[in-house]
Design a protein around this ligand. Structure first.
Ligand SMILES: Cc1cc2nc3c(=O)[nH]c(=O)nc-3n(C[C@H](O)[C@H](O)[C@H](O)COP(=O)(O)OP(=O)(O)OC[C@H]3O[C@@H](n4cnc5c(N)ncnc54)[C@H](O)[C@@H]3O)c2cc1C
Length: 242
């Protein structure tokens, strides 16, 4: 029998696309209303090459609103420190997160994996990360796990004495996993991706924390599958949100 109060340690994140209404054709009909009026829906299947050209033009010239007529809802489970960064993205995003007031929080905690670069070098805003030594990985894993175990024990002790969940949770660290639904559209997702991924081909470089980038990469994979022409145009034009 597994002990539900025994801490679990994870180095990965969960990202699932749970619902979507998002296709390249949504961009086309929204854009073509300017010239075709209510016939824009009928013109959809006319010429795929023309559609590609139109999406590229909209992306290049930053005509952003046609990229808003679609919707993607993701279930995400990641450490609280990732959610703190995530929730700074306000425009075109809706969030609902599990509550630490209404339910007992489960003991799932983040520990960096062996491939997580541990050592920061360089100037603020332009940090580079390099591999940690085996000793640095060992101390990180051991210190985190010991700290997580102690804080979760304190949390459980307070709950056992009848202290409210909303009070007892104060001892839990930002490495605790939380979960949420996040709904966005292609335009708001592109803005998020431009800031939360680090790519050589980006016109404007960004230096995100690796853990939010892990979430962003998984979201980008799902979106690219749904809207391949829009994703290709985003790549072609330097990953700048229109
Ligand atoms: C690498 C990195 C490091 C960061 N470091 C820090 C940090 O040290 N401290 C910190 O506090 N934050 C930090 N942030 C968070 C950052 O300041 C933004 O809050 C976050 O990236 C969300 O960006 P945004 O406001 O453009 O996105 P959104 O909130 O989604 O907004 C999208 C766009 O809508 C427009 N917009 C939205 N709201 C307004 C408004 N009120 N007025 C005018 N225009 C608006 C803007 O054009 C904006 O770009 C960091 C972000 C990154 C990527």
């Amino acid at each position: 029998m597994t002990d539900e109060t025994a801490p679990q340690f994870r180095s990965d994140v969960t990202v699932e696309l749970v619902r979507s209404a998002a296709a390249d054709s949504d961009v086309i009909w929204a854009a073509r209303v300017s010239t075709a009026g209510e016939q824009s829906l009928e013109a959809l299947q006319e010429d795929p090459e023309k559609s590609k050209g139109l999406i590229n033009y909209l992306m290049r010239d930053r005509h952003g609103t046609p990229f808003e007529h679609n919707s993607m809802t993701f279930f995400i489970s990641a450490p609280i420190f990732v959610f703190r960064e995530f929730h700074r993205h306000r425009s075109g995003w809706s969030y609902n997160e599990e509550s630490g007031r209404y339910r007992e929080l489960e003991p799932v905690f983040y520990v960096p994996g062996a491939d997580r670069r541990l050592v920061q070098q360089g100037k603020p805003g332009r940090y580079e990360f390099v591999e940690g030594t085996p000793g640095q990985h060992k101390v990180t894993t051991e210190a985190m796990e010991a700290s997580y175990r102690a804080s979760y024990r304190a949390y459980r002790e307070m709950l056992a004495e009848g202290v409210a969940r909303e009070v007892a949770r104060a001892v839990l660290p930002v490495g605790l996993f939380s979960s949420m639904y996040a709904t966005c559209n292609a335009r708001s997702l592109m803005h998020f991706l431009s800031l939360r991924t680090k790519r050589e081909n980006a016109t404007v470089p960004s230096f995100p924390q690796r853990e939010i980038e892990m979430v962003a990469e998984r979201m980008e994979d799902e979106w690219a599958r749904l809207m391949p022409l829009t994703h290709a145009a985003f790549e072609k034009h330097g990953r700048v949100a229109p």
